[in-house]
Design a protein around this ligand. Structure first.
Ligand code: ATP
Ligand code: MG
Length: 270
């Protein structure tokens, strides 16, 4: 293990995710290259980069998606290499161990089946009791009112922003130790997005979990991240603490991104 990437002087036992010299893609050609970082309990790491730079591919590789190939390096969760897990063990890990809020939230649901049926199935597959009151409670937290009616509805009847919030609620309900968020606020208005950012920070504080947040919004990274990786063409061209990235960035590309933040409609004030 590369000890330089251990954070906060943490004990090895606090490390949830370790990504080590990782190169991966959808075949032999690498889409992400030589990525190194780790996430300990209680830490939020943000990944920022332009469209097509490989952010979603990084998350898919961490989850062990079957169409993504690790060409070199490794990904481990609590010391266990994800590529060593058979499909059954990997599925068991997804949910309570590692949760993902995908970039296309509608894709994580069957569009034609009622949400209550889909939630029941998810709970059952993770041997957790189906508690409607917990779902309604978290729906409120993500800004969804009329939760009972939503549970009786189907994904195709919801707006993109509603499906995104339901996907956030679904991932958080399983209380994963590591939550991967792929542009989790991209379909939301500024106020709702800001509430989700606060909710994720509170979740980290209360449950001492790790969060990996992919975002194109540097304002969100500045607000949430303990560490940020700046991704360009599949590589982390810069990786560092909030101060290192936002106060004294080294790379021209990072400086340009930061200069552009005030020009964008801010989701958060930073
Ligand atoms: N299933 C796939 N098969 C082959 N190539 C893919 C696949 N998914 C993504 N790619 C390619 O991998 C590269 C990185 O895509 P990725 O989705 O990781 O980018 P991203 O940084 O998440 O972009 P965005 O900000 O637009 O979501 C792109 O060139 C893309 O075309
Ligand atoms: Mg993406």
């Amino acid at each position: 293990m590369n000890t330089e990437i251990m954070h906060k002087g943490d004990k090895m036992s606090d490390i949830l995710l370790n990504v080590n010299s990782l190169s991966a893609g959808y075949g032999e050609r690498n889409v992400i290259e030589d990525i190194d970082f780790s996430i300990s309990r209680g830490e939020i790491v943000c990944v920022v980069g332009e469209s097509g730079s490989g952010k979603s591919t990084l998350l898919k590789t961490i989850c062990g998606f079957e169409n993504v190939y690790i060409n070199s390096g490794s990904v481990s969760f609590k010391g266990q290499q994800i590529s060593d897990l058979n499909p059954k063990k990997r599925r068991a890990l997804m949910g309570n161990g590692i949760g993902i809020i995908p970039q296309n939230p509608a894709g994580s649901f069957n569009p034609l089946r009622r949400f209550d049926a889909q939630f029941k199935e998810t709970f059952l597959s993770h041997r957790m009791p189906y508690e409607e009151s917990r779902i309604l409670d978290i729906f409120e937290k993500v800004g969804l009112s009329g939760g009972k009616e939503i549970l009786r509805s189907r994904p195709y009847e919801m707006s993109g922003g509603m499906n995104q919030r339901i996907a956030i609620a679904a991932a958080m309900l399983l209380e994963p130790e590591l939550l991967l968020c792929d542009e989790a606020t991209s379909a939301l208005d500024v106020t709702t997005a800001s509430a989700i950012v606060d909710l994720l920070c509170d979740y980290r504080d209360e449950k001492n979990v790790g969060i990996l947040m992919v975002t194109h919004n540097l304002g969100i990274a500045r607000k949430m991240a303990d560490y940020t990786g700046i991704m360009q063409n599949g590589r982390f061209i810069e990786y560092g603490s909030r101060d290192e990235i936002f106060t004294s960035p080294k790379m021209e590309y990072t400086k340009r991104l930061i200069e552009d933040v005030p020009k964008l409609a801010g989701v958060v004030n930073g």
